[in-house]
Design a protein around this ligand. Sequence first.
Ligand code: UDP
Length: 248
Amino acid sequence: MPLDLETLDTAPDATYNRVMLKISGEALMGDQGFGLHPPTVQRIAREVKSVHDMGVEICMVIGGGNIFRGLSGAAQGMERTTADYMGMLATVMNALAMQSALEDLGVFCRVISAIPMDQVCEPYIRRRAVRHLEKKRVCIFAAGTGNPYFTTDTAATLRANEMGCEVIFKGTKVDGVYDKDPEKHADAQRYDAVSFDDVLAKRLGVMDASAIALARDNNLPIIVFSLDEPGGFRGILAGEGTYTKVQD
Ligand code: UDP
């Protein structure tokens, strides 16, 4: 039975103290196929708050694919790095939308951009971001790594390492990593655990290869779980639920 986040008053002990939550931009678009769907943003913000209420320090990286992807722009004839900068700007819009939704719920939050834009959000300064986390502010890292030719999966892994996160939570539409696409194949099998090397060798599509290699080389596990399952994020932190853990 799904957890009712509104009626939960006691917070179970969390299995991790500091985590990175990576979601794609597409997670914010609801069924509309493009852009931001405020009720969906609010729903995810409630999931984040329910984990924040457990005392967990939360970093977030949100992609930009619901607005713009560099590769799609380049495929249509745009210069690649310009298209990638547009993708990075898209992630800032998503981060601001999430900040607004979290603050509406009373969760203090900072958007921290890899590309300085002082009127809009904070620039990335590692020690400052760590201090925000210690003060229990949710830190949303925007503008990816600040470099073209990367993705927000790599940005999430980079920032998770820099912030000393114990794990990356990768929120997706399904409850883990499968041997084949579970939306296309009824007999697809979910892995409870899988190694980084298997993810790379079998191209399991958890995250792009640079992100997986960076997580592997720094011993940073990745938990792939469903963001569509109400209470799922909190449940895993309380030691329940189904997911796949990617580790060595
Ligand atoms: N991007 C980039 N450098 C980064 C992160 C992102 O150039 O460090 C650009 C890239 O064009 C990418 C876009 O931003 O396509 C949006 O990010 P991503 O595709 O990772 O978003 P998601 O698929 O998670 O929604």
